[in-house]
Write a protein of this length. Structure first.
Length: 111
């Protein structure tokens, strides 16, 4: 991941509602959740949620897909893994270490 993409992802996550949305989607895994259900679970108005999902999408932190008349959002684990890799690139002074762990889906997540 490049510096500009990392800054975009970090800026998107540096807001309470967006961070809450992203953390919820990480918990749900690849199946994700409909926007209306995200709004319900986090007590965020649909218009505010739409804005936050747009910001997370532009930062490539979430994916969206259509299922019938619903838009389902899910965390983009490739982007978050790239961000964690970028942030820990020189971890432990360049010595071999393991700052990340693998989740049940086989995706690498922060420890």
């Amino acid at each position: 991941m490049q510096t500009k993409a990392s800054l975009s992802a970090l800026a998107a996550l540096a807001q309470e509602s967006r961070l809450a949305v992203f953390r919820l989607l990480v918990q749900l895994g690849p199946e994700g959740l409909a926007a209306s259900k995200i709004a319900e679970q986090l007590s965020v108005s649909p218009s505010a949620l739409s804005f936050h999902l747009k910001e997370l999408t532009h930062a490539e932190l979430v994916h969206s897909r259509h299922e019938g008349r619903f838009i389902i959002y899910s965390a983009n684990f490739d982007t978050i893994n790239g961000l964690v890799g970028f942030l820990t690139e020189n971890c432990c002074g360049g010595n071999t270490c393991s700052p990340v762990r693998t989740c049940h889906t086989g995706e690498t997540l922060p420890a």
